[in-house]
Design a protein around this ligand. Sequence first.
Ligand code: ZN
Length: 151
Amino acid sequence: MGIIEFDEKTGKPILIDPRIFRVQFRSSLGKLEKYYRALEEGRILGTLCRECGYKQYPPRSYCPRCRSKDIEFYELPSVGRLLTFTEVNVKPQTHSQYPDYIVGVVEVDGVKVVGHVKARFEDLKPDQTVEISVEKREGDEFPRIVFKPIK
Ligand SMILES: [Zn+2]
């Protein structure tokens, strides 16, 4: 087995790194514990600076605009606007068992959120209104953000 193989779908040459890595991220949460606890409950939180009013997602423990650490969490609305999207055909090995999927960027309450789009690619268009939710995919314990077009 060499490091160059051919993609099953496109037939084009692809580089294969034969090393297999297993990575489990461990990081301290600090103030962001609240964000991940809410995510596990299916809610998405942004942060609001009490000094200057700047809203941010993903949340940070300080304001990037005025450097204040006086921030509060707030729940993002469950409806947003699809700004852009793309279909992922060549997947990382961690996702290779899944069918092709769509990743999108949604504007909600002045911030941008990245997530998976549950729709047929050909049915999507920019500026489409989407419902935002959190779910766990079968066999994957990490909660993921999902967008579904609202007809
Ligand atoms: Zn601020």
